[in-house]
Structure formats: C-alpha cells, structure tokens
Design a protein around this ligand. Structure first.
Ligand code: NAP
Length: 542
C-alpha cells in the first residue's frame, strides 16, 4: 500500500469510531438492567491493513434477554403509532443516510475492506428500501375486506398484526444493508427489532441505529447486541417472536432447528453457487466504463465476479459460455479481470477491494490451490496480493474445473469463477440447475424474449437478464433463494408481510350460517348445496 493511501486509512481510523459509535451502543445497552459489569471488548480489524479499527462491548446472553425485554416494552406504543408516522421516520432515515453517506462509506470500507463503489451499493440499498416501504406500507398493512363465507350474511376483513419483537442476525459481507435493510421492513410493520451484527462488522449497524434515533425512532424500539452468534443466537431464538437470518446454509440449518423448538417463524437468505449463461448473441460491448452506452457482457460478468471481492451472496462463481462466442468472450473477460483496479482505497479509484479476513483469504486460496493442483488452468489472477494488504486476492478465472475440485460445487465466496464451454442451451440449463443452491443467476443475450424463456427454466430466486444482480436486488420484487439458498423472501410485499401475522376477523349478520332458520339438517345441506352451486356462476365470486 502506498504511504499516502496508508495515511488516509489511518486518518479514517483515527476518527474514533469506537468513541462515536461505540458509546451509542453503551448507552443502548444501559437502557437495560443487564449492564453493570464491564464487557469483554470485541476487537474489530481493518482488513485493508490488519490494524485495529476499534472495539465494542461483547454482548452476553443476559444482554439479549434485556434487549428483547426493552424492545418488547417499547413495541406496544410503536405498534399503536399510525403507520404514516412510522413511514415518516423511514423517510427521514432515508434522507439522513444520503446526507451522511461519506461517513458510512468510510465505515463500511474500514470494517469490511470492500471498494467504495461496492460500499455505495449498501447506501443505495438502505435508501431505496426505506423509501419503498415508507411509500407502500400503509397500503400493505391496511385492513382488507375479503370475500366472506356467504355474501350478505357475513363480512370478513384481513388484518396484519406485527409479530412483536423481530430478531435480525446478519453477516459481515454487506453489514449495513443486510442488517438495517431487514430491520426497516420489520419496524414499519410495527415490530421492535433486536439486531445481532456479525462480530467482524458491528460498527455499520450501530451507525444506522444512531441515524434512526436522529430520525425520530422512539427509544428502545431498535436494539443492537454485538457478540458471537453461537453464544447470542440461542438467547435470541428463545426470546424473539420472529427471526430473520442472513448467512451460511450450515448456520441456517442449525438456527432452523432451534426455531422449530419454539415454533417461531423465520426467513433465511443463505449461500449460493451462482451461474451465468452467456449465449452466442450476447452483447459484448466495449470495456470503457463511463464512455460506452449499452450492455457489455464482459463488464457485467467481471463486475459479477469481483463485486465485494466476490463475497456477495449473489456473486457469479460458475460461467457457462456458448461455443460460438467462447474464444472471443473468455480472453476478453480474462483481460478485463487482470486490469480491474484493485487495492486499499477510501476513494472511488478502485473497483476491487480486499477479502474481509484471514479466514476468507485462507478459504479462497485453498479453493484455487486445490483446483490448480488438480489440473485447472488459470486464465486470470490466481494469487493473493500481500503487496496491497494482508487479505487481497486477485480476480481469478479458471478453466478446466472438474468435479473432484472443491470449488466446483462449494461456495468459494471470493473473486473466483470457473468457466465452462457449452453447445446446447438445454445442456447449459441442466448444468446450471445441477446444484443444491438456487439463489441468483444471469442470462446474457441480445434476444431478451429467449433469455426470459431460459430464465423460466432456471431454479433460482432471482435471474438477471444482461445484469449481474443489481436490477433484481434493487427492485420492489421479492428476493430470496430456491433449494438450500433460503426460506422466505426479503424485499417487495412479502419482505414486509413476513413480519406480520395475518388475522381474519369475520362478522355474521341476520342468521348464523351454520344453521339456517326453519331448516332441519338435511334441508340445510340441500339449500347450502344449491347456494354454493349458484355462487359458481356469479362473476367476482370464486
Ligand atoms: P455465518 O457463519 O452463517 O454467520 C452469519 C451470522 O450468523 C453472523 O452474525 C454469525 O455471528 C451468526 N452465527 C454464527 N453461528 C451462529 C449460531 N450458531 N447461531 C446464531 N447465529 C450464528 O455466515 P458467514 O460465513 O459469516 O457469511 C457468509 C455467508 O452468508 C455465505 O454463505 C453467503 O452466501 C451468505 N449470505 C447470503 C446472503 C443472501 O442474501 N442470501 C447475503 C449475504 C451472505 P458471528 O460470526 O458474529 O459469530
């Protein structure tokens, strides 16, 4: 790392995040009674340099119990607050996030190691999510008049009641948007929220909580308890009314078993081994970001492999390229990956940042080394870059990956992609679907109609056409996984309604429909059968 960049990172660390954001946490923990004895410090590292960013108190299971208790007490008034007022707080949060984006961008980069461009995705997502739910929540939560059992004799409404206290357990890779993004939907639905951020990245969400307080969120409604998932997770599941988990499939399975014990509902966004299909007629475009109009499959796939240094749940790790374009496209992609700006920078000048930790570097290196040892050919990258910082790894493209290599089927979660040639589209779709995962996929072709037909045959929760993941992710349509990649959906109407219980209220009038006057049981059955038969032909009644 150059001395000037090192100084910029050091200056940012010196901005005393611990004092500014960590004190907010202490204040929040102090709202509950469990705080008294000092907590062990949870040390947070700067992946760019390996230096310490700061520390926060390491929460205990008792802190979780207190946080849920405080949240539960605050939730009553919050649920009684009109939806319009709750939505207004979301819009103020939206404005504050945008106005103070430079701060959160620094923080996300410092605790996660990603490029500023990728950190900005988190700012966009939080703002879009807050705006969207602020605008649609009243409509989604409004009581709905539903078709009754028998017209005229009954009237039925569907109400949406908040679950109560929703727990959010989030990962380190998108620490701001994957924690506060889900909290936004839960909050506007009238829930209180307790977030357990990943131990590597507690600061971003503490910053978000501070901004929510400035936006007018009542005290106690949003609680943050940092600490180990294995230690705090069971306490959360034992006390919360709903759980939103983002993380690995293995942890998801464990948590689902615990949630089953209390029969609490949950949604989960888990791992992926995301494919892309590049058809012969894919729009290649030119590699001149900022100067070209139109779609470039080379740029799009390069972004899809390297965004967040490949540590995005929707990153592309498997690339299927049709024979007619393979020999043009693959060398162009390899060249693009080799020339993407990479390094530690708090500016906008690099595209690819660092891996987030020593453990990530070890896993990514092990996958690549195993593949190379078993015969894979490196078309781009393939090595760590200790000259840039302790955890940097080059954007990597591998050819000749086979079943006996670890990275063939397991999620690598790094800037590493295996490329395969195909002739026949049916064969490509079969290979794309031959995985336990089903999170995200993309199809690249000038023929959007054909690409949509292919998308319909792909087993994945989101499919981008000529887009890696941003168009699907940032839309108001549900996002989540098929197969082992998740349960339930975030975003869109389901992303809000999952934090509610549906309650049906029906009123019976004039006569009870279970026993009509002057009819014995047999006549009742005959009259009801006739009525039901007639209703079949009345428009609007199903
Ligand atoms: P992880 O190990 O499952 O950790 C995720 C979160 O779960 C962390 O906050 C962790 O806490 C906590 N945790 C760990 N063990 C727990 C337990 N026994 N009970 C309760 N909580 C527990 O996941 P990761 O490997 O760090 O994150 C990367 C994974 O997340 C990848 O597989 C990626 O695909 C997936 N992901 C999916 C999406 C999506 O939307 N589908 C988005 C992002 C990431 P501590 O680490 O602090 O102990």
């Amino acid at each position: 790392m150059s001395p000037s960049k090192k100084k910029k990172v050091a200056d940012a660390v010196d901005r005393q995040w611990t004092a500014r954001v960590g004190s907010a946490l202490l204040e929040r923990l102090a709202e509950g009674a469990a705080v008294g004895s000092p907590r062990e410090p949870l040390i947070v590292e700067v992946p760019f340099t390996g230096e310490t960013l700061g520390s926060v108190p390491l929460g205990t299971p008792d802190d979780v119990v207190v946080a849920v208790g405080v949240a539960r007490a605050a939730q009553k008034d919050w649920a009684a607050t009109p939806v319009g007022e709750r939505a207004a707080i979301l819009l103020r949060f939206h404005d504050l996030v945008i106005a103070n984006a430079h701060e959160i961008l620094d923080l996300i980069q410092l605790e996660g190691g990603k490029s500023r461009r990728n950190a900005f995705e988190e700012v966009l997502d939080a703002a879009i999510t807050a705006r969207y739910y602020a605008h649609v929540s009243a409509g989604l939560l409004r009581p709905k008049l539903r078709q009754g059992a028998l017209p005229l004799l009954t009237t039925t409404w569907e109400y949406r009641r908040p679950k109560g206290v929703a727990a959010v357990i989030s990962p380190w890779n998108y620490p701001f948007m994957l924690s506060i993004g889900d909290a936004i939907a839960a909050l506007v639905a009238g829930n209180a929220v307790v977030i357990k951020p990943d131990s590597q990245t507690p600061f971003s969400v503490l910053w978000a909580a501070q901004l929510f307080a400035e936006a007018g969120l009542p005290k106690g409604v949003l609680q943050i308890v940092p600490g180990s998932g294995a230690v705090l997770g069971p306490a959360l599941i034992d006390n919360a009314d709903y759980l939103m988990f983002t993380g690995s499939t293995a942890t998801g399975r464990l948590i689902a078993q615990q949630a089953a014990g209390r029969l609490i509902d949950y949604s989960m966004e888990l791992g992926g081994k995301n494919p892309a299909i590049v058809l012969d007629d894919a729009p290649l475009g030119r590699r001149a970001a900022g100067t070209t109009l139109g779609i470039s499959t080379v740029d799009g796939i390069a972004f899809s492999i390297t965004s967040g240094s490949g540590q995005v749940c929707v990153s592309c790790e498997r690339l299927y390229v049709q024979s007619g374009i393979y020999d043009t496209f693959v060398p162009a992609l390899a060249e693009a990956l080799k020339t993407l700006p990479i390094g530690p920078s708090l500016g906008w000048d690099v595209d690819v940042g660092s891996l987030s930790s020593a453990a990530q570097l070890e896993k990514v290196s092990a996958h690549v080394n195993d593949a190379v040892a078993k015969g894979a050919k490196v078309l781009a990258g393939g090595k760590p870059r200790p000259d840039l910082g302790p955890y940097f790894f080059e954007p990597t493209l591998l050819e000749g990956v086979t079943e006996e290599m670890d990275l063939c089927r397991a999620e690598t979660f790094g800037p590493v992609c295996a490329v395969y040639r195909f002739d026949d589209v049916d064969e490509a779709i079969a290979r794309v679907n031959d995985t336990e995962y089903g999170l995200n996929a993309s199809v690249w072709s000038k023929n959007v109609g054909r690409a949509k037909q292919i998308a319909a045959r792909i087993e994945a929760g989101t499919v981008g056409i000529n887009d890696a993941y941003q168009a699907t992710w940032a839309s108001a349509s549900p996002m989540g996984g098929f197969k082992q990649s998740g349960v339930g959906r975030r975003h869109g109407a389901p992303g809000l309604l999952r934090f509610t219980e549906a309650q049906t209220v029906a009123v019976e009038r004039v006569v009870p429909i279970s026993r009509l006057p002057f009819l014995d049981n047999e006549r009742y059955a005959q009259v009801m059968s006739l009525a039901i038969k007639a209703l079949r032909y009345i428009p609007g009644i199903k």
